[in-house]
Design a binder for this molecule. Sequence first.
Ligand code: HEC
Ligand code: HEC
Length: 329
Amino acid sequence: MKNRLVFMMVLISALLLSDCTKDEPIEEYVVTPYELTTPYGFPELIIPGDNPMTVEGVELGRMLYYDPIIDGVNTRSCGSCHVQGNAFTSVENCLTHINLAWNNAFLWNGKIEGSLEDIMMFEVEEFFETDVSKLNSNSEYSKLFREAFGTAEITSKEVAFALAQFFRTLISSDSKFDQYQIGNATLTEAEARGLIIYFSEDGDCFHCHGTRLLTDNQFHNNGLDVSPENGRAEITGDPNDQGKFKTPTLRNIEYSGPYMHDGRYNTLEEVIDFYSEGLLWSPTIDPLMKKVDQGGLQLSPFQKQDLLVFLKTFSDETFVVNPEYSDPF
Ligand code: HEC
Ligand code: HEC
């Protein structure tokens, strides 16, 4: 997955090209471009021109992700809540860090819109209130930031940019379902029946958890409550957005419980029971929750089992154990 094109790019200061800028510091640094390939069938990956992927930046982002030094308030690291083995989730309402490079609205209510750089700026400045002076007085980090960004002084921007580069590498594209789609794996009979439920009117899951990303990256009220929380309406102020939350990807869903924005379900069995007979009507419920009058899809115990085994074909073990994503300390 990580084909690295290792060719060197040397940025040479104007000093070397002109002879009369003697006061300027010599800003010379070498970065190694990090080649990210868009997996088969995924939408095109857009990388902002002002934050190109480099081996140095990705490695630095990974260190920062696991280092409590960036927490200005407590002593947490990103990795203390977002645990790799749980597909980068853990606490009750955590969101996964999978394929977020293809996302443009972050957090359950979509509070932050834009690029990974934008959400990382939020994480660094508002959530962690990172004290960059701690990084600036750390000689190892000073060196690593200089190597990755050529900067003498670390600001929250470089911290966010390094994290964003690391996040772009968190790609899951190697589940059994992916292998099946490219003709490298066959589904069991139960999995194949589950697939039909998922992609047909019987289950309708694909309308929201569709495409290779297994999410539409939109906001919906899937019928959890009679009086839903504000959700997306908290941000837009639009009463029609009441109870709408971000559709999470179902990639690695087996590993990322508990489920829903408030972690109300501990198991996938409970989630399936909810879609089958636990739907609750409220004014903003999504029109796709067609069978709400009957309480839900009314799946038989066999259909529930088939759907469950199919959901487990979204598990990508290479992702949850990939050493390139793990704690480097
Ligand atoms: C105390 C636990 C905790 C820590 C520590 C933590 N997070 Fe989170 N993170 C969460 C929770 C909970 C959510 C969902 C919150 C929400 O949507 O309101 C979340 C959501 C996110 C999202 C949004 C994902 C999406 O799909 O929209 C990103 C990105 C993220 N965290 C990155 C980070 C980074 C980077 C760090 C370290 C700087 C970090 N988190 C540290 C708990 C944590
Ligand atoms: C109308 C769009 C829509 C449809 C259709 C839909 N979902 Fe969801 N799904 C969502 C949204 C939105 C959430 C998050 C809701 C929340 O937490 O408030 C969600 C959450 C989930 C979760 C929990 C994810 C997590 O990380 O916590 C699972 C599992 C899930 N859905 C599976 C399914 C299955 C299986 C089907 C088909 C039977 C299905 N969904 C149909 C929109 C939908």
